[in-house]
Design a protein around this ligand. Structure first.
Ligand SMILES: Cc1cc2nc3c(=O)[nH]c(=O)nc-3n(C[C@H](O)[C@H](O)[C@H](O)COP(=O)(O)OP(=O)(O)OC[C@H]3O[C@@H](n4cnc5c(N)ncnc54)[C@H](O)[C@@H]3O)c2cc1C
Length: 458
């Protein structure tokens, strides 16, 4: 039997937003629990540590982070990278004050309770996990600053990650942004905000995406958004119809209304930002970039001349990948995943709550069916189906606490709007579930080959 250096109830691997949201909720609910958080990085906040300085949340900070600590000024405030990192440091200080929390920074989890320092070989610890291992690394976020370009680049061509825009040493004559996800949009909006003329920017869009209208997820509009979604999903016959109706209602955008998007990644823009994106005259839709030489950009469906003195910004990394869903609760572990549409920290907190409140993994899994991060339009109705399924499965013992969670967007909506939403739910839930089950049958993740007893437990 191995010798243990110390014991903990929950060994949470990953001090990103999800791992911290889990730790916060379990420590505040269960006053007996001890939590150890491990991360390769020196500071909490996960991928935000590598993000560009001008990044902000793309949804309101009002319901992002952890349950016990507010973030931002409320309303539509989207906080910056610096604010997010400061926030997570503050949260960790608060958790440390419980006396039941430890943070092992610059340490790698290597399985079987083993944690190895990345700074000194001398510091290798074996931890006895009394309850569960919590995998908070499952979302596998890739940030463009840490991803090389997925195309060939000739020596005299300058390709930089988006982070380089914050420290340019001179102005360039032309900028070409490669990528149409959240990072690509941020690069374009940053250049425009700095006064670069739209005609001095080219934008490579390999796939058009549906974009969430930021206004539709502000607290004052959530009632309308959810009510429309319930109603539309009760009657649609396919995904395209759903998006087109939502576009007419102002819930979704596409940059070019004449093109049917083939991608949907939950990127969010405001109406004003959309106008700016639409002002760009050079949008290149010739598929993915294959290679760039001094004179020519080769794309899958054709070539484009390169303007002299062009800086290429590589925003082609897919920040949040769609991972296959796996059961959240398994005998040896908890795998943190979103359980509502594009609200990962809320999911992590609800999972912690279910772990504390509900008896047995079957009951816990029944309210936490994963909602993988979307990549294609079809993922939206599937996500809505799973999300409303989870919500209707909450037992009475959980409903009150989940409704009051800071991370629950509906908690920031007035009492009357909540009543109206309940009414909309009562009115539409039967046709909603009947239609969704016919078009997009609910798929619960299959148990994996999990070990039968808790990892590293006796
Ligand atoms: C640009 C951008 C904007 C976003 N805006 C919003 C928003 O407005 N609202 C919203 O709800 N969500 C938003 N998100 C998503 C959300 O913030 C998080 O990105 C998402 O929840 C993923 O966080 P995470 O904690 O799962 O992963 P990460 O942040 O990647 O954290 C995982 C951590 O695990 C560590 N790790 C991995 N393996 C090991 C190991 N073996 N040992 C030790 N440590 C390990 C890594 O070092 C990392 O720090 C945004 C994401 C991006 C990229």
């Amino acid at each position: 039997m191995p010798e243990y250096d110390f014991e903990t109830d929950y060994l949470v691997v990953g001090a990103g937003a999800m791992g911290i949201a889990f730790a916060d909720e379990i420590l505040h609910r269960d006053n007996q629990a001890h939590v150890t958080l491990v991360d390769r990085r020196s500071k909490p906040g996960g991928h935000w540590n590598n993000a560009y300085s001008f990044v902000t949340l793309h949804q309101p900070a009002l319901y992002y982070g952890v349950n016990s600590e507010p973030l931002g000024r409320g309303g539509h405030d989207l906080v910056s990278k610096a604010q997010i990192l400061g926030y997570f440091e503050r949260v960790l200080e608060k958790l440390q004050k419980t006396g039941r929390f430890a943070f092992l920074s610059q340490s790698e989890y290597q399985g079987n309770g083993r944690v190895q320092s990345l700074v000194t070989k001398e510091r290798s610890q074996t931890i006895r996990i009394r309850r569960r291992l919590v995998d908070a690394t499952y979302s596998q976020v890739t940030v463009p600053s840490t991803s090389p370009p997925p195309f060939d680049v000739e020596d005299d061509v300058t390709v930089v990650p988006i982070n380089a825009l914050e420290s340019l040493e001179r102005p360039w004559s032309h900028y070409t942004v490669i990528g149409a996800g959240k990072t690509g949009l941020d690069a374009l909006l940053f250049l425009l905000s700095q006064g670069v003329a739209p005609e001095d920017i080219s934008w490579v869009v390999s796939q058009d995406s549906w974009l969430v209208t930021r206004e539709s997820i502000l607290p004052q509009n959530l009632l309308a958004t959810f009510s429309h979604q319930l109603k539309l999903c009760s009657t649609i016959t396919n995904t395209t119809e759903l998006f087109h109706h939502m576009e007419q209602l102002g819930l979704f955008f596409r940059v070019d209304p004449s093109i049917e998007p083939t991608s949907y990644r939950c990127a969010t823009v405001s109406t004003k930002e959309l106008e700016k994106l639409r002002s760009l005259p050079h949008v290149i839709r010739k598929g993915r970039v294959k290679s760039i030489t001094h004179q020519t950009m080769h794309l899958v469906n054709g070539d484009i001349d390169v303007a002299p003195d062009t800086l290429f910004i590589n925003a082609a990394a897919n920040g949040l990948a769609k991972r296959p869903a796996r059961p959240v609760f398994e005998p040896d572990r908890i795998t943190l995943q979103p359980i509502t549409h594009c609200q990962p920290t809320f999911g992590a907190a609800v999972i912690a709550h279910a772990e504390w409140r509900l008896p047995g993994d079957e009951a816990k899994n029944s309210v936490t069916c994963p909602v993988p991060h979307p990549t294609v339009p079809e993922d939206l109705p599937v996500a809505l189906h799973t999300m409303f399924y989870n919500l209707q499965c909450f037992p009475l013992s959980m409903i009150g606490s989940v409704n009051r969670m800071r991370l629950n967007a509906m908690n920031h909506v007035g009492f009357l709007d909540n009543l109206k939403l309940l009414w909309a739910y009562i009115r539409w839930h039967r046709p909603f579930f009947a239609n969704m089950q016919k078009l997009f049958p609910l798929e619960k993740p299959k148990p994996t080959q999990a070990t039968k007893k808790p990892e590293n437990a006796d």
